[in-house]
Design a protein around this ligand. Structure first.
Ligand code: ZN
Length: 353
């Protein structure tokens, strides 16, 4: 078993933080995809865009006569929201993009991007936030849509004044990621799902580039932009691919083994079991390279690998990624999990299969 190329973890975290600071709610991902395409070009690669906007780059394999091409997918789109109504008070009603409870954004800062490119800030607040005005217990329940609104940081008290700012139904809302890297190695941020996975893919590409080595098989890297709504990798994966790996967050919580210091290998998610042979190979590779890993079943989880299968893809699928705590809420992972995930991805890429 040959040693894996060195992973530049500082650079990986730098990429991750830049991505986290680039808003990309599903449906408004262009800036983040352009950032990724730019980094790929710096590595001497020639990325292309699919018609629905995903970034795709193809690496030749060491031996293209062994015809079992592979694809790796990770998604840059994140949870977000969209303006559905401007209230008579000038505040905004919003619809969620992606799956999350409203308590996960109560009090959260956000940006609203208008059709003409202006950006305004605001905060998601309960309509009855002020305890000096409202005495109903609002803290201990799950809020309904009409109980939460966006308060704009602009002096508006009517719908007409809000419209005069250029804000209109359909404007995209991005939640503040609150990205923080702690001295203890944690990355705290919204949207680690799946910008952490994208950073892992970039980290693996960077390691191959620095060591001047090629993957064992021809491998397509697919940076997806519609995963959170279920059809990201339904297009853009080459037809002749034999294996498709999604690099996406490992779930953490009651009854699961996942943690922020290891790579999670998924055995089964909501859509059913992942390919058994591929999963066992990933486990064997983690063991052979002494990479900290866990095996897990994710109770409520769909991935882009599943989306690709449902779209008619004929390949074996796998799923790996860093453990992410409090997913779709106040997420956190650790440098250890990012490193372990990148190492396992590299081990897979270099393995003959
Ligand atoms: Zn995800």
């Amino acid at each position: 078993m040959s040693a894996l190329p060195e992973v530049d973890l500082e650079h990986l975290v730098e990429h991750l933080v830049k991505l986290l600071h680039t808003p990309s709610p599903t449906g408004d991902t262009e800036a983040a995809l352009a950032l990724i395409a730019g980094w790929l070009r710096e590595m001497g690669l020639a990325p292309t865009f699919t018609r629905k906007g995903a970034v795709v780059v193809r690496l030749p394999g060491r031996d293209d006569t062994v015809a079992a091409p592979r694809a790796i997918t990770g998604h840059v789109d994140t949870l977000g929201a969209i303006v559905t109504q401007i209230k008579p008070t000038g505040r905004l009603v919003f619809d969620r993009i992606g799956g999350y409870p409203l308590y996960a954004v109560n009090g959260e800062y956000c940006q609203i991007r208008t059709a003409d490119g202006r950006v305004y800030t605001g905060t998601a607040v309960l309509v009855k936030s002020s305890v000096h005005v409202h005495r109903e217990p609002v803290a201990d329940k799950e809020w309904k849509k009409d109980e939460v609104e966006i308060r704009l940081d602009a002096a508006v008290t009517s719908a007409a004044q809000t419209r005069a700012l250029g804000i209109e139904v359909g404007d995209m809302i991005a939640w503040d990621p609150r990205t923080t890297v702690t001295e203890t190695g944690y990355v705290k941020s919204r949207h680690l799902d799946d910008k952490a996975g994208v950073a892992v893919m970039l980290g693996a590409l960077q390691a191959l580039f620095a060591a001047e080595i090629q993957p064992a098989q021809r491998t397509t890297f697919h940076f997806s932009n519609f995963e959170e709504v279920g059809h990201g990798a339904a297009a853009g994966i080459p037809d002749d691919v034999a294996e498709l790996i999604a690099v996406d967050m490992g779930a953490i919580g009651d009854g699961l083994q996942g943690n922020e210091h290891a790579v999670s290998i998924c055995a089964k998610a909501s859509g059913g079991p992942y390919d058994l042979g591929l999963r066992r190979r990933l486990v064997a590779l983690a063991q052979a390279h002494a990479i900290p890993f866990v095996l897990d079943i994710y109770p409520f989880y769909g991935s882009d690998a599943e989306a690709a299968l449902r779209a008619g893809g004929d390949y074996r699928i796998g799923l790996l990624g860093p453990g992410v705590d409090a997913s779709h809420s106040f997420e956190r992972t650790h440098r250890d999990g990012l490193l372990a995930s990148t190492q396992l991805l590299l081990a897979y890429l270099l393995d003959e299969g």
